[in-house]
Design a binder for this molecule. Structure first.
Ligand SMILES: [Zn+2]
Length: 304
């Protein structure tokens, strides 16, 4: 039995979260949005039950303060990130407000950080999924290690460039993090010793993504630019490479297939998290990896 003292804030918080999330999808609370995102089934902790952060688009940032007041403890990590609750009773949650998209200037920068121009800004809008992001998460030395879920932190998803430029800016969607956590759950359910995933590539700013188009095989309109894609490997030993999941003494496409099967299974269980699944074989310089995204429509590539 959970003490009412603790249960009440949790319930209020869930109710408070459901409304803005549903509103963000253009739907009245309690109805199923057309894009399947942010439904009544989506609780404070997400479908995985493992989310530890929620992101607020600028138009919803005024909702942070009333939610924060429901929790006893609070720590302001920087101007955008307030962590509320207490890690000892499992109620910790970071509420992160995004910077408006319009903070990106004509030169493609927010402050000193170079982001570039998104496909919609270049006149390419394939579908609503390719619209400019709502805004950017500001990542500083003070909040970069903020957990966004049980196995991931903000810094895991940063673009791999401009090492010495701070703050950095990030586009990241909760649904992606939720899906990655569910892939871990599914792998474990299948008896695979998957303790953690390494994100090889998460958000790729448009200017960074563009550098690899046509060479490394990056797509011009890659989902990585929209914060809902990640290239990942099960990496219990932290060496940045896929582990030998089937224990046959080698790391190859069979191990990748185990990951891909888990992603397929998660999509069957949670159709609202449907998206891209791509498999990439090893090259001389990198291990096999799997691309996962939540673009809202099914896409598959690579042989698996
Ligand atoms: Zn990818």
């Amino acid at each position: 039995m959970i003490a009412p003292r603790r249960l009440l804030p949790a319930l209020l918080a869930v109710a408070a979260f459901v409304a803005p999330v549903a509103a963000a999808s253009g739907q009245a609370p309690g109805t199923e949005p057309a894009n399947g995102e942010g439904t009544v089934a989506d609780t404070l902790r997400g479908r995985s039950g493992r989310l530890l952060a929620r992101f607020f688009a600028p138009r919803h940032s005024m909702e942070i303060e009333p939610i924060a007041r429901l929790f006893g403890r609070r720590e302001q990590k920087n101007t955008s990130t307030v962590t509320v609750g207490d890690s000892t009773d499992g109620m910790m949650m970071s509420l992160i407000s995004m910077l408006p998209f319009t903070e990106k200037k004509k030169n493609g920068r927010v402050g000193d950080y170079h982001i570039g121009r998104f496909p919609e800004e270049k006149g390419r809008l394939r579908s609503p999924a390719y619209e400019n992001p709502d805004g950017f998460i500001e990542v500083t030395l003070d909040n970069k290690d903020t957990p966004v879920s049980e196995h991931f932190r903000l810094a895991d998803f940063l673009t791999h460039d401009q090492k010495d430029v701070w703050p950095k800016y990030l586009v990241l969607r909760e649904a992606l993090i939720d899906k990655l956590e569910l892939v871990l759950v599914e792998l474990q359910r299948r008896g695979i010793d998957a303790q953690r995933l390494t994100v090889i590539s998460g958000f790729r700013s448009p200017q960074y993504n563009q550098k690899g188009v046509g060479r490394g095989g990056r797509a011009r309109d890659s989902r990585h630019q929209f914060g809902d894609a990640a290239d990942v490997v099960v990496d219990n030993d932290h060496n940045g490479r896929l582990d030998d999941l089937n224990h046959d003494g080698r790391v190859n496409s069979k191990d990748m297939k185990i990951m891909a099967d888990a992603v397929e299974s998660v999509e069957r269980q949670y159709p609202e998290l449907v998206g891209g699944l791509g498999v990439y074989r090893a090259t001389r310089s990198r291990s096999p990896f799997v691309h996962v995204d939540v673009r809202g429509t099914r896409a598959r590539w690579g042989r698996f």
